[in-house]
Design a protein around this ligand. Structure first.
Ligand SMILES: C[S@@+](CC[C@H](N)C(=O)[O-])C[C@H]1O[C@@H](n2cnc3c(N)ncnc32)[C@H](O)[C@@H]1O
Length: 239
């Protein structure tokens, strides 16, 4: 079954956007995944097609209405086995393990918030799982949704070539990736580590492993601690 992404947004014209080029774009064009961007405003009921209202209890900004968003979700009519996500800075962090989980499924429906956010009642009534792309606030969920979709699509069968299978990438074993080098052999007085041009595959693998562990320890003590802080410990996810 083809992996599907269904987006609910106030700005459907933002899609596919960057998802229409390069790896994801080629895969989209060749039918390895599908994308449907639906306009939440199509579910509005008044002549101004309004979708938001002022926050109960006062305060700045506007809030996406529960009834309009629920109608938009219902109109998308997705099968019950598809995850329903709401991009949200207070959500579950988007990690490579969550990406792998989503990529292995049928593909999500993703609600992109705007304004001050979404009425809590629709989150509960439509079982939306909140997912965050990081501890910062974007002006809308669209760019966050694109990040999530891009990360999933590259894991779909047939999207990445054999040479870039993702096995050695950052987070694949709860480690950051080792440093990469290519030609020229010397750049502004800096060479390539001798071991990488030695042709000794076992030594190259050991060097890469050691570099990945050292980088993870230094830059991401949280990841290092999560995998037990041990050399050689195999763990497939970081989160
Ligand atoms: C301006 S933000 C609302 C922020 C909200 N008032 C808060 O403080 O949590 C508007 C929308 O952008 C999206 N968004 C913003 N930051 C995000 C993040 N870090 N991860 C995922 N979605 C985000 C969400 O869909 C959110 O509803």
């Amino acid at each position: 079954m083809t992996w599907r992404a269904t987006i609910l947004t106030l700005f459907p014209e933002m899609f596919p956007g960057p998802l229409g080029v390069s790896l994801a774009g080629k895969a989209l064009a060749s039918g390895l995944w599908t994308l449907e961007a639906r306009d939440i405003r199509d579910s509005a009921t008044d002549k101004h097609r309004s979708v938001d209202d002022t926050p109960a209890g006062g305060g700045p900004g506007m809030v996406l209405r529960a009834d309009i968003l629920a109608a938009a979700i219902d109109a998308a009519d997705i099968s019950p086995d598809r995850p329903r996500l709401l991009m949200s800075p207070r959500g579950r962090p988007l990690t490579q393990s969550l990406v792998a989980e989503l990529a292995a499924g049928p593909g999500p429906l993703i609600v992109c918030g705007r304004f001050e956010g979404v009425d809590q009642r629709v989150i509960e009534a439509r079982n939306l799982e909140e997912v965050s792309v990081g501890d910062y606030v974007l002006s809308g969920g669209e760019i966050a949704a694109m990040a999530l979709i891009d990360a999933c699509v590259r894991l779909l069968p047939g999207v990445m070539g054999k040479q870039t299978s993702g096995v050695d990438e950052s987070f694949s074993e709860g480690l950051l990736e080792y440093p990469q080098f290519t030609r020229p052999q010397e750049f502004e007085g800096r060479g390539i580590p001798e071991i990488l041009i030695s042709g000794d595959h076992a030594k190259v693998a050991a060097w890469r492993r050691a570099e990945a562990e050292a980088l993870t320890r230094a830059r991401r003590p949280d990841l290092w601690a999560a995998r037990g802080g041990q050399k050689g410990t195999k763990k497939t996810t970081e989160g």
